[in-house]
Design a protein around this ligand. Structure first.
Ligand code: SF4
Length: 714
């Protein structure tokens, strides 16, 4: 009889351990999917060190979503507007090869691009890099992680010298201050939030743990906080400078750490002079009393942990804000010891693994950069595919602009649904319509994006292929295939390897298994910050999840909890850097015509664009429709009443949603969830409204804020 299987949840970046129970397991009522096939059960894996048996509703129901609405064979149409017709894989590869060759002969490899996903396993991510950056000769690979955490990558790199969160989940058990900024953990990282809250609720610990939440909106996260700072959207960096100003003025600094382990202090201290409490309070829309209070809490803390997510990253000053937060840790020596540090929570289950595989347009495997000649030659030596281009490829939004200008002839989307998740959706749609060949690799049929594709390739998803994922605390989990993929669906890494072989690189892409692919990927991490060269499928299968760094020869379950514990950072001088960035606020400020800031976010029961969670009646019932959260003051001005429908207009488009009056959202700000796209029963494609301007350093679009107006629906 098939036994229980251990894996990592394929939804959010918490990366909880799951125990999957076969359909015939004793004591299980047999649930069936839409095809009548019995489904596996799922429960928290008590043996997984990241989650200790805890799981949220998405993880607990994931197995019920896997068989429904699947794509099972390749489909093709020469022109949009024609019906997609079934073809064989051989025909699909022939089309791909012909179009790749003709594009390369005409415009060169820069006219090819792939837009991948944090849903990829490491093996998929890695071979996509080898195919594009190696075999095809273009760095035009980017991923939806660009929309999620590229500001965290850039912020860590410029402030600490390398990407890589220095913290781990045990820090939540040891900190005496948890500062949550731009992170609605209760809905987006629920298992981690429960871990923090359980400790906070226990009376004997309460005095030892203060929770401060920075968010313009009251959420279940902020309700649990000791202090909620409902700042104006786009003023996070000003707030952080205000705290820095007061810490400096009170001399609440770790002088030894600043002197021994950092550089750039004086330029930063000069900048802080300007950010007086009165000025900061006025800009952020909070009282100077609260600003002083949060500073006092930070100054008294023995172990300050900051946690952030997309509320910080999705901003035109996302990278500067990440650095602004790290500045506070450097100022007070709150890094490199238990319970302290700047901790970026990733959105997706394997966004971390993607970073390690080099899965952004400027990266190479092992946290390397395409602009660094030594880094390129390290990778070229392993790949044996010739020189890698020195210029960064097109980032996510640059790929859209390249389609608009006619510079891109082949756009390949894999494991993501950009026609819901990208900003300014009408532009994305028009760009796709103008691209000569759009390829979509997808597990589910009929997504918003595949409706605009010429070639649709059926993908095997998590549970149907062996692979590895890495969660927010650098924990690496082997995720075995334990179900049959439907019809002719194939793992993405197999498709990339087959294409590589058909392009003539037979030896370089002759992998027999995902384990072989992973072995090559980790060999490229040796000696790097993200060293996983001691890991293999075999070791992870036998020893369970492991945290990196895990160099060759390391023993399983060693203590790898914190990075930079010796105060040495991977910069040329070994010192962490203070960054002195001036805040500028939102890219699209409000005005008389568009007087409100629309901010967006997530619901607990849904995942991204609902291709998976939307398959389940129970989750659809939990959140039947998107609600527009409006403060009663703004609702009155716009003539809106609770429960009626409103039209939300920006400079780019409009959406309709039911009004939910909320005293707790700050006046001037309204909220919509991002999950619903055009395919839903009640469509409300919020990203139609959002602009595409992004952080100049990380290229991450400001998906968290756009200026809008409201009107009632007659
Ligand atoms: S918290 Fe995230 S990783 Fe954990 S079960 Fe829920 S969705 Fe999955």
């Amino acid at each position: 009889m098939t036994s229980h299987v251990h894996s990592q949840c394929p939804y959010c970046g918490v990366g909880c351990g799951l125990e999957l129970l076969p359909p015939a397991a004793k004591g299980r009522a047999t649930l069936r999917d839409h095809q009548g096939t019995p489904v596996w059960g799922a429960r928290g894996d008590r043996g997984h060190p990241s989650s200790l048996g805890q799981v949220c509703i998405k993880g607990a129901t994931v197995a019920q979503t896997l068989g429904n609405g699947r794509l099972s064979q390749p489909l093709y149409r020469p022109q949009l507007g024609q019906p997609l017709e079934p073809i064989t894989w051989d025909e699909a590869f022939t089309i791909l090869l012909q179009r790749i060759r003709s594009t390369m002969a005409g415009k060169g490899p820069q006219a090819l691009a792939m837009y991948g996903s944090g849903q990829f396993h490491c093996e998929d991510y890695y071979l996509a890099q080898k195919l594009f950056k190696g075999a095809l000769g273009t760095n035009n690979f980017d991923a939806n992680s660009r929309l999620c955490m590229s500001s965290a990558v850039a912020g860590y790199t410029r402030s600490l010298g390398s990407d890589g969160p220095p913290c781990c989940y045990e820090d939540l058990d040891q900190c005496d201050l948890a500062l949550l900024i731009g992170a609605n953990m209760a809905d987006c990282h629920p298992v981690l939030f429960q871990r923090l809250i359980k400790r906070h609720r226990k009376r004997r610990y309460k005095k030892n743990l203060q929770i401060v939440v920075v968010d313009p909106r009251q959420t279940d996260t902020s309700k649990a906080a000791d202090l909620h700072l409902a700042i104006r959207p786009g003023t996070d960096l000003a707030l952080l400078h205000g705290i820095g100003h007061l810490l400096l003025r009170q001399a609440a600094l770790d002088f030894d750490f600043i002197e021994g382990c950092t550089e750039g202090f004086f330029a930063y201290a000069r900048l802080l002079q300007e950010w007086t409490p009165t000025r900061v309070a006025a800009i952020c829309g909070i009282s100077s009393k609260d600003l002083r209070l949060v500073t006092r809490i930070w100054a008294r803390s023995q172990s300050a942990l900051s946690l952030w997510s997309m509320g910080v990253n999705q901003s035109v000053e996302g990278t500067a804000t990440v650095s602004g937060l790290i500045n506070l840790h450097l100022l007070t020596g709150q890094i490199g010891r238990p319970g302290a540090g700047p901790f970026s929570l990733t959105g997706q289950p394997n966004a971390m693994g993607g970073r390690e595989a080099g899965g952004l347009a400027h990266l190479l495997p092992g946290y390397r950069h395409v602009g660094n000649p030594q880094h390129r030659s390290d990778v070229e030596a392993i790949w044996k595919l010739g020189p890698i281009a020195a210029e960064p490829g097109l980032s996510a939004w640059q790929q859209i602009e390249a389609m608009e200008s006619g510079a891109l002839d082949l756009w390949w989307v894999a494991a993501t649904n950009p026609l819901v998740s990208m900003p300014h959706l009408e532009r994305v749609k028009a760009a796709m319509a103008s691209c000569p060949l759009v390829v979509v690799s997808e597990a589910y049929a009929n997504t918003e994006t595949s409706r605009w594709a010429h070639l649709v390739l059926p993908a095997a998803q998590w549970s149907e292929k062996d692979g590895v994922m890495v969660n927010s605390e650098r924990r690496v989990t082997f995720c075995p295939g334990f179900r049959q993929a439907p019809g002719e669906a194939r793992a993405d890494w197999q498709v990339f390897a087959e294409l590589g072989r058909r392009l003539g690189f037979v030896e370089q892409f002759s992998y027999e298994s995902a384990a072989e692919v992973y072995g090559e990927m980790v060999s490229l991490s040796a000696g790097r910050v993200c060293d996983t060269s001691g890991l293999s499928h075999e070791l992870l299968r036998q020893e369970g999840p492991q945290q990196w760094p895990f160099p060759a020869g390391a023993l399983p379950n060693q203590d790898s909890r914190g990075l930079y514990c010796n105060g040495i950072f991977p910069t040329p001088t070994g010192r962490a850097r203070f960054m002195a960035d001036q805040p500028h606020g939102l890219a699209e400020p409000t005005n008389r015509a568009f007087p409100l800031v629309l901010t967006t976010g997530r619901y607990l029961g849904h995942w991204h664009t609902m291709t998976r969670t939307g398959q389940l009646e129970r989750l659809r019932r939990m959140h039947p429709e998107p609600l527009l959260e409006v403060n009663p003051v703004d609702a009155t001005s716009a003539g809106l009443v609770d429960g009626a429908f409103a039209i939300i207009r920006s400079r780019r488009g409009q959406a309709t949603a039911r009004v939910a009056l909320r005293d707790q959202i700050r006046p001037g700000t309204v909220f919509l969830p991002m999950h619903w796209g055009a395919s839903q029963k009640q469509p409300c494609a919020v990203n139609e409204l959002m602009h595409a301007l992004g952080c100049p350093i990380s290229q991450q679009p400001e998906l968290k804020a756009a200026a809008v107006q409201l009107a009632s629906v007659p």
